[in-house]
Design a protein around this ligand. Structure first.
Ligand code: SF4
Length: 934
């Protein structure tokens, strides 16, 4: 750092003044941290806090938070970062501190509610937890007794936990786990998994020299804060960054190179870079790591496939590996820089630039791809395959500054007793048409229930709002309102959302700092766990207060369960699940109760203290020793620190010599990769067997929204709906007033050339028509978008049918007109001031709160990955005279037609197996369940 560096000056100034500069209070002072009360100024009044660590729940990064609980009042004053958390290192994004808004939200649900009018009528009345548990538990028990296991379904949006819910479903013996993943990341996962047996990348940003982001990661993407801070660290150390995104995102604005490509063509660019690297290698220049390629890919099998595909090509080389390299170049020869430029509608020089950067970085080349390119397009998973190809060619897999498999950098501890695998197979989750779907076909549920004529007796939604989040939300409304299809809908949610309007029970669950969980994420080349704990319960424990709500099952916790400390009757999920299981299996005959029964006090429900004590004592290597060194029990260590750095085995783990298993490389048995061949699968026998011709090698597949399919002169454009505003989450940010004040609308980004051609004015109303309907939104004319593409963020546009049931600061009150299969939503009013116990609610100055564009999207499941292909071909016109801001029109009859069209593209499982045995599944069943005719 130079003496003139502003950071040095600041630090020197601080030292001279005797200040301490730190990212947060040190743990030894967490029991009594003092700060001056800003509101008492100019009086210098001290406030005394207990700082209690917990975990943020506003995205999945799992950053550490410190709750500052005022000792005098027992009230949480604020949240800041936990400085000893290895992933987030004391830092948060804007959404972390805004957790306090969610805790204090005047509109949060405080008591269990039961529907009293027709479903969807908005009529609810309070119900006791006891009555709710008895009814729901009774329905589940009856379904299990009648062998209707597939009629119980738990559908989760953001899990925010790694195993407890699966433990519950495992104990019940059902194949009932449904997730949101195929509207999020399923495509990228298939691409990564088929290469290396891990379904997510873990970039070692901090040590990278070149970072290639095919998304908006630095500011607005995945693992927002932990990744962003390491990318910034690397940039400060000289690393260079390229962001491939048709939109000038916050990330792109800070990058060395902004590469705006036509969405879905990215694989053409990546394969052109691969070809360039291979050509450089043939010219004897730095380009690829031959030794890595020879040792760690299934190149022999790939050579055989290349020979099959190119029967007329003859290599001059004698050595098979050299022949492989020749054939590889031949295979990708069509991907010239000029072709890539034409496909991607970008500058041809980009290919050379990226090849230069990658060659210069060598092994210290890393990248990320998650939503956006992969999630938007037909064949998006091949973009992930093509990106990993660049790492395979350069040997930047599992090396310092390169790309790790996520499984190296994440740790999921388990308790010492776990239910075994179930033996069921739900075709509502895993239909035969999508045997390679990396997660459940969740967004198709209304179509699958209709088509398979199935019923779901008890349907839980948890941190999940499919009516608003998913494509084709009106088909969800049709399913949810039909009691022949959904017997009982239980919405587990701290706040109102669109889907909860069609619930039978709305049960108030705790926000992030009001419950227990363990989190771990692949934030960097390291491993950690973070402990989420109910902050006020811990505060009461430390202050020697005792709670008055005892577990219903008869436990004897000193502090009661989390309802004793949480606001109102808010409960934490883990305790709810344990009590519900007790109701389902009161005498233990169904085999479920044993997993939730106390071992210390048999006959009572296992408390969260007992549960986590077991996990931390038996399930986390290194933790008992670290705790003993600190003079603490492991549970107390985690309650005090909130996080632990799990011992890290280092990189290049595939090279580790092993006695058994693994794979033999040059005569030595090594750990290798968890794929069928034990190596990186360049040619994927699984894809060859289970998907359409042409998928077995990394390839370029034209997207459903390729520019050839868009009639621009006729007013068609590509709609990109996959980006997020950095201060928003999906449903949860609606109840955070600070976040809503910063960003609350989603105008349509339009390039000035398109605005001229389409006769659109900045700020004017635009009608955007999809295959099943249209929406009306305002235009924002900007050069920050690739011409031919319009973009609209999906994190706003909340709405409510019934006046009090929704976040008033973030949603519009709408009227819904139905006529047969058509839905017309028109806004009656937007946000505005309202009276509440929070005086800020009377200061709301914004009115327009965005448009729920997803309602107008048909389902577009990728035939291989099952991922919903988010990008839309739309017709963009100035609004009609009768159109109003926020109008939404949908015809679900057209949704069904679109579903059928996409289903017709699939390659259904046709052999004995429903799915490749080695493919992951949440809640994986016994092997026999994979067979059709068992
Ligand atoms: S990055 Fe995610 S987990 Fe971290 S502070 Fe922001 S919202 Fe919370």
């Amino acid at each position: 750092m130079s003496p003139k560096d502003p950071k040095t000056l600041k630090t020197d100034l601080a030292r001279t003044a005797g200040w301490e500069l730190a990212v947060g209070p040190p743990p030894e002072r967490w029991n009594d941290w003092t700060e001056l009360d800003a509101k008492a100024w100019p009086e210098r009044k001290q406030k005394h806090y207990r700082c209690i660590p917990t975990i943020c729940f506003n995205c999945e990064s799992g950053c550490g938070l410190l709750a500052f609980v005022e000792k005098d009042t027992g009230v949480i004053d604020k949240f800041e970062g936990n400085p000893v958390h290895p992933g987030s290192r004391g830092r948060t994004c804007a959404k972390g501190p805004a957790t306090i808004n969610q805790i204090e939200d005047p509109q949060r649900i405080m008591t269990p509610l039961k529907r009293v009018g027709p479903r969807g009528s908005g009529q609810f009345e309070p119900v006791s937890w006891e009555d709710a548990l008895a009814d729901i538990g009774g329905r589940i028990a009856k379904a299990l007794d009648e062998d209707r296991h597939e009629e119980i379904m738990y559908h989760v949006g953001r899990p925010g936990e790694d195993h407890y819910a699966n433990r519950v479903l495992g104990a019940w013996g059902i194949d009932g786990h449904n997730s949101h993943t195929n509207v999020c990341s399923g495509a990228a996962r298939l691409g990564y998994y088929t290469w290396c047996g891990a379904d997510r990348p873990s970039p070692d940003y901090a040590n990278a020299k070149f970072i290639l982001l095919l998304s908006a990661h630095l500011e607005t993407g995945h693992y927002f804060n932990p990744h962003a801070q390491r990318i910034v660290d690397a940039m400060n150390g000289g690393a260079r960054v390229a962001v491939v995104d048709p939109r000038l995102s916050n990330s792109a604005s800070r990058a060395t190179h902004w590469v705006p490509t036509w969405p879905g063509t990215e694989a053409a660019m990546l394969l052109a870079v691969a070809r360039e690297l291979l050509e450089r290698d043939q010219r004897g220049e730095a380009g690829i790591d031959r030794e890595f390629l020879r040792r760690w890919t299934n190149w022999e099998a790939t050579l055989a496939e290349l020979e099959r595909q190119h029967p007329d090509f003859h290599s001059e080389e004698a050595e098979p590996f050299e022949q492989f390299l020749d054939l590889l170049l031949e295979h990708y020869r069509e991907f010239t820089a000029e072709r890539a430029a034409a496909e991607c509608r970008m500058d041809a020089g980009i290919v050379d630039t990226l090849a230069d950067e990658i060659a210069r970085a060598g092994h210290a080349f890393t990248s990320h791809l998650w939503r956006n390119a992969a999630a938007g397009n037909l064949g998006g998973w091949q973009i992930a395959r093509s990106l990993v190809l660049l790492h395979v060619l350069t040997g930047s897999i599992g090396r310092e500054g390169g790309l790790n498999p996520n499984s190296w950098d994440k740790f999921t501890p388990k308790p010492s007793d776990n239910p075994g695998p179930h033996d069921r197979w739900s075709t509502l989750l895993w239909p035969k048409e999508w045997p390679l779907a990396h997660y459940e076909m969740s967004f198709l549920l209304p179509h699958l229930v209709r088509e398979q004529e199935k019923k779901i007796a008890v349907y839980f939604t948890r941190v999940y709002n499919p009516v608003w989040t998913n494509p084709d939300g009106c088909s969800w409304i049709e399913m949810l309102e039909d009691e022949d299809k959904i017997g009982c809908h239980v919405a587990l949610t701290p706040t109102w959302n669109e889907t909860a309007q069609w619930a039978d029970y709305v049960l108030p669950m705790g926000h992030g700092p009001e419950r227990h969980d363990v989190m771990s994420q692949e934030t960097h080349a390291g491993k950690w766990i973070g402990f989420r704990q109910p902050v006020l319960r811990r505060f009461a424990e430390l202050e020697g207060q005792s709670g008055d709500v005892q577990p219903l099952g008869g436990g004897a916790l000193d502090q009661g369960d989390s309802r004793a400390a949480n606001p109102g009757e808010v409960w934490e999920e883990a305790e709810f699940w344990a009590e519900l299981t007790w109701r389902i299996d009161p005498d233990g005959k169904r085999g479920a109760r044993q997993f939730f029964e106390s071992k210390e006090q048999p006959g009572t429900v296992r408390s969260q203290d007992e549960y986590w004590k077991d996990v931390f004592e038996n399930g986390v290597p290194g933790l008992p020793d670290a705790a003993a060194e600190a003079g603490l029990e492991p549970l107390e260590f985690m309650r005090q620190r909130g996080a632990f750095a799990v011992p890290y085995e280092g990189q290049e783990r595939y090279e580790k010599e092993v006695d058994s298993g693994g794979v033999e490389v040059d005569g030595v048995r090594r750990a290798g990769f968890p794929t069928p061949s034990g190596k990186l699968e360049f040619f994927s026998p699984t894809l060859d067997e289970w998907s359409a011709e042409g998928n077995s090698l990394p390839a370029y597949q034209k997207s459903h929204v390729h520019w050839e399919h868009i009639d621009e002169p006729a007013g068609e454009r590509l709609l990109l709906p996959t980006f997020r505003l950095p201060t928003l989450i999906h449903t949860r940010s609606a109840n955070a007033k600070w976040l809503q004040e910063i960003s609350h609308t989603n105008p349509l980004w339009v390039h000035p050339e398109d605005a001229g051609l389409l006769r659109l004015e900045n700020g004017g109303l635009v009608r955007v028509a999809t295959a099943i309907g249209h929406f009306v939104v305002r235009a924002w004319v900007t050069e920050g978008i690739h011409p031919g593409i319009v973009a609209c963020s999906h994190h706003v546009g909340r709405w409510r049918l019934h006046q009090p049931l929704g976040a008033i600061q973030a949603s519009s009150n709408v009227e819904l007109h139905r006529d047969g299969s058509t839905f017309m939503l028109r806004q009656k009013g937007g946000a505005g001031p309202y009276e509440s116990r929070d005086p800020d609610s009377e200061r709301i100055w914004w009115k327009e709160v965005g448009v729920n564009q997803n309602l107008t999207f048909p389902v577009q499941p990728d035939p291989a990955s099952g991922m919903h292909c988010w990008h839309q071909k739309v017709r963009v016109t100035p609004a009609d005279p009768n159109d109003r801001y926020g109008d939404i029109f949908v015809d679900t009859a057209k949704s069904r037609v679109e579903y059928d069209k996409w289903k017709a593209r699939t390659t259904p499982a046709s052999g004995k197996l429903r799915r490749p045995l080695w493919f992951k599944r949440p809640l994986k069943p016994v092997e026999a369940a994979y067979y059709f005719d068992r």
